[in-house]
Design a protein around this ligand. Structure first.
Ligand code: PNS
Length: 163
């Protein structure tokens, strides 16, 4: 059983994240989409809301034989990955600007869990500029994010922001 975790804030999940999940699914038997519980960062959506949104968006409980599980975690990603028996941590790289930060995290996670590999996948070009932070900022200022964030999540963002 090859299990990986795909950790992130997912505040909210974007089509770039979905692209990485689709691309990584042929490589693993199970992917745990691990949503960081980070209330100190004042996320737009609570960790429970983010998990529910992701569960609602995923095309099913599996893609091409790879099971998709959504869970939240607090503390170190490396500890959560070990607790779940994962062999790898998946991270998406959009552009060269991501690399330095991602490399530092991968090396630190390797120091914490020497057996754990970080697998970098490159996102599709059309999502190379998409981040949750940019999507929230543009949306809050009245810009359109269609095609970049799943429609159902845009609807929830609309409701959340109008409150
Ligand atoms: O979606 P993000 O915000 O880019 O995800 C970053 C995340 C959650 C992967 C990173 O902040 C993380 O791993 N946080 C948990 C705490 C931790 O393990 N820190 C040390 C990383 S080497």
């Amino acid at each position: 059983m090859r299990r990986a975790i795909f950790p992130g804030s997912f505040d909210p999940l974007t089509n770039g994240h979905l692209d990485i999940i689709r691309r990584s699914s042929p490589l693993f038997d199970e992917i745990v989409i691990a949503v960081l519980n980070n209330p100190e960062k004042h996320p737009l959506f609570s960790v429970e809301e983010r998990c529910d949104l992701i569960r609602g968006i995923l095309p099913g409980a599996e893609i091409d034989g790879c099971s998709l599980v959504v869970d939240s975690f607090s503390g170190l990603t490396a500890d959560f990955a070990r607790q779940r028996g994962a062999a790898a941590i998946i991270r998406g790289i959009r552009a060269i600007g991501d690399y330095e930060y991602e490399l530092r995290m991968a090396l630190m996670n390797r120091r914490l869990q020497p057996e754990m590999e970080t697998v970098f996948l490159t996102a599709a070009e059309e999502y190379s500029f998409v981040s949750s932070t940019l999507m929230k900022q543009v949306f809050e200022l009245g810009g359109r994010v269609d095609g970049l964030v799943p429609d159902a999540i845009i609807e929830k963002m609309r409701k959340k922001i109008s409150k």
